[in-house]
Design a protein. Structure first.
Length: 254
């Protein structure tokens, strides 16, 4: 089935889920995909996907912490082709919890999301043609509960999860849909660095298929695999002393 989204922005598209989503939408009949990342070689490789499909892929090196550069890029993309889906996907793992890494995590995983979706919201709200358009926010299963193994990462993902869910509710009844994405362990440059067990590990291609199909159906919270969603949700509603005990028994990254 062809996608209803023809003109798409995807941040953090040089690898992992961002790369897989680019190919997913190119396969599904998107006409124009605007991608950004911070690595020239990887981003050019993703842009080459356009050779396989009838799709224009425009790539640009951008740091999502630069709000003005990102805003200008999104506005330029909208001038080329009126956007109808913006995916705020760019994100990083913290690794060692140093002050520098902690600030970097929040700058990219939280502010980078805001720098992406606020210009898009402004464009969508001003649009005279009220045809449905969408904003997708990449959170994580880790956003369900603070994890001792990755305090900054889980906190940053909890932040954008809560913001996205509230934003969806506030825009209910408008032409703007908001989808929050909470994947479990997916093959990426982030999980390549993990040394802890990764249950229900899946490929980025499979994750992209799940995400893309559920955005099409306007599923508000796209959390998968269901086993991890159920487990993390169950632990998150337990009394704090019980959930802390359970998480204390989980293996930490080394």
């Amino acid at each position: 089935m062809a996608t209803k989204f023809k003109n798409i922005v995807i941040t953090g598209a040089s690898s992992g889920i961002g790369e897989a989503l680019t190919e997913y939408y190119a396969q599904k009949g998107a006409e124009n995909i605007f991608i950004c990342g911070r690595n020239v070689e990887r981003l050019e490789k993703v842009a080459d996907i356009s050779r396989k499909y009838k799709c224009n892929i425009y790539s640009k090196i951008i740091d999502v912490t630069d709000s003005e550069q990102l805003k200008s890029w999104i506005e330029e993309a909208n001038q080329i082709a009126p956007l109808n889906l913006v995916v705020a996907n760019a994100g990083v793992a913290t690794l060692e919890e140093t002050p520098e890494n902690i600030y970097n995590t929040f700058n990219i995983n939280v502010l980078g999301v805001l720098h992406t979706i606020l210009p898009a919201l402004d464009i969508f709200k001003k649009r005279e043609n009220k045809k449905a358009c969408a904003i997708a926010i990449m959170s994580s299963i880790a956003g369900y509960h603070g994890l001792a193994a990755c305090p900054s990462y889980s906190a940053s993902k909890a932040c954008v999860k809560a913001y996205g869910e509230a934003l969806r509710a506030s825009l209910r009844g408008s032409s703007i849909q908001v989808n929050v994405i909470c994947p479990g362990f997916v093959k990426s440059r982030i999980t390549d660095k993990n040394t802890c067990p990764m249950p229900f590990f899946m490929s980025a291609e499979k994750a992209a298929q799940i995400i893309g199909s559920r955005i099409e159906r306007n599923v508000g919270l796209i959390a998968f695999p269901w086993q991890m969603r159920l487990a993390t949700w169950a632990v998150s509603i337990l009394p704090n002393w019980i959930s802390n005990y359970i998480y204390s028994k989980l293996p930490h990254k080394v």
